[in-house]
Design a protein around this ligand. Structure first.
Ligand code: ZN
Length: 118
């Protein structure tokens, strides 16, 4: 249950933020999820709903997900390419001297307090 573990972590962060800002309820959360972070979005959604029901702070909170595409950089020819399409081998020079620049992250981008009117 990779997804649920991540949601538990995220909710801990949200609880900290809520406490700092004296929020009693969170209305919506926007997450940035990388393409190769291993998150299956449909399943993630189900886990989120399940978890929110059990957490008063997050009850009824909406989840918005922004996908971040994965990009790999080649140190051999200094070009970037789409990770999902080509994997670890650079499509420009066939080198395997490559590393992931982005696409593996999960960030909390925005938190909206319940009933906030802005
Ligand atoms: Zn290359």
């Amino acid at each position: 249950m990779h997804e649920l573990g991540i949601i538990v972590q995220i909710s801990k962060t949200l609880e900290d933020v809520a406490q700092e800002n004296h929020l009693e309820k969170i209305g919506s959360v926007t997450l940035e999820i990388g393409e190769v972070s291993g998150i299956v979005s449909d399943y993630f959604d189900d886990c989120w709903k399940f978890y929110c029901k059990k957490t008063p702070l997050l009850e009824g909170a909406k989840l918005h997900v922004i996908a971040i595409s994965a990009i790999t950089h080649c140190t051999h020819c200094q070009k970037d390419y789409e990770t999902v399409r080509y994997g670890k081998i650079c499509p420009h020079c066939q080198s395997d001297q490559t590393y992931l620049i982005q696409g593996n992250e999960i960030n909390i981008k925005e938190i909206e307090a319940y009933g906030a009117s802005c």
